[in-house]
Design a protein around this ligand. Structure first.
Ligand code: SF4
Ligand code: MG
Length: 317
């Protein structure tokens, strides 16, 4: 199916007094219409920065982001304002992302006012009602304030707000990480239902592979600013290729897949993203490392159709 998002050579470096911090360092991937791409990695690997640069919430250092075939990084303000309606984000902590002085109705309707979608107040009220139904919020809460709601309901408000402008693509940045486990599945199921109903495309960012595996069609694994492996859910879980993916997967139980599971304990520290090593960034922790790994960065390449890996074990050229 068609690609709705395509990221090419995307970089985001931050200036620090010790040199540039390579938060996102030349990542390449695409997302197909209607699918969920999971982006997984440890905290600090650059996945949240990638999500924000992708939406142009922060400017990239280099690269291209195509949305429906057009590079949004070239857009002027007017075109970007329009593109923003189609591309939304849901944050981890709905409490800090919602204005505490705004009622549920005000939070949800704000994007409608800003974008002048409706002319009449009652049309807006009607749309807010509809959105509250969509996300399973009782109409009784229309005048409530964020602090009066529990975490799950606050996240539903955040979702309703993100849906207000009928987007096509949503970045979900750790959308359930701050919620009780009992609530997490409800929110994930809700997002899945909404996706099916509205034909939405998601980038789902999480440090938690056991959550990512529930929602993703394909998964990209990120390590220290780079994507080290990318592939469809099944083949990656059956046969992880990158030593880092193997270690991540070994740490979570995989029910239906009948393989001997040995927990791989990673030793060594993640190197600093400031002046990262020349060669493979996983070198210091890899149990398969070879001489070449320390000298040459392994490029991400397509080893099979739609299966990408960056590791010298697999790239024999
Ligand atoms: Fe390990 Fe080398 Fe592969 Fe890096 S390139 S993951 S060090 S084997
Ligand atoms: Mg789905």
């Amino acid at each position: 199916s068609e690609k709705i998002i395509e990221v090419r050579g995307l970089k985001k470096y931050f200036k620090t007094n010790k040199g540039p911090l390579h938060a996102v360092d030349d990542i390449n991937f695409y997302i197909k219409k209607g699918e969920t791409l999971g982006l997984v990695g440890e905290s600090g690997c650059g996945k949240s920065t990638a999500g924000r640069v992708l939406l142009r919430l922060i400017p990239p250092t280099e690269g291209e982001v195509f949305f429906e075939g057009e590079n949004i990084l070239d857009f002027n303000r007017r075109k970007m304002r329009k593109a923003r309606r189609d591309m939304q984000i849901i944050f981890q902590d709905p409490y800090s992302s919602l204005n505490p002085r705004m009622s549920v109705e005000e939070v949800i309707s704000e994007p409608l006012y800003i974008n002048k979608i409706y002319k009449k107040k009652n049309e807006i009220a009607e749309r807010v009602k509809e959105l509250m139904d969509t996300v399973g919020l009782s109409q009784r809460l229309v005048n409530a304030y964020p602090h009066e709601l529990d975490g799950g309901r606050r996240q539903r408000v955040g979702i309703a707000r993100a849906l207000a402008l009928k987007p096509k693509f949503i970045v979900q940045d750790e959308p359930v990480s701050s919620l009780d486990v009992s609530i997490q599945a409800q929110i994930l199921n809700l997002m899945e239902d909404i996706q099916d109903e509205m034909g939405l495309t998601y980038l789902f960012i999480s440090h938690d592979l056991s959550v990512v595996k529930h929602v993703s069609d394909r998964i990209a694994v990120m390590y220290l600013g780079k994507i080290v492996e990318l592939g469809d859910y099944n083949s990656m879980f059956k046969n992880p290729l990158h030593p880092y993916t193997q270690a991540l997967l070994s740490a979570i139980p995989i029910p239906k897949i009948d393989v001997e599971q040995e927990m791989i304990i990673l030793e060594g520290d993640v190197p600093s993203p400031v002046n990262p090593p020349e060669g493979c960034r996983f070198y210091g922790r890899c149990r398969h490392r070879m001489d070449i790994c320390n000298q040459k960065n392994p490029e991400l390449f397509e080893i099979e159709k739609e299966r990408f890996v960056s590791c010298h074990l697999h790239n024999k050229n």
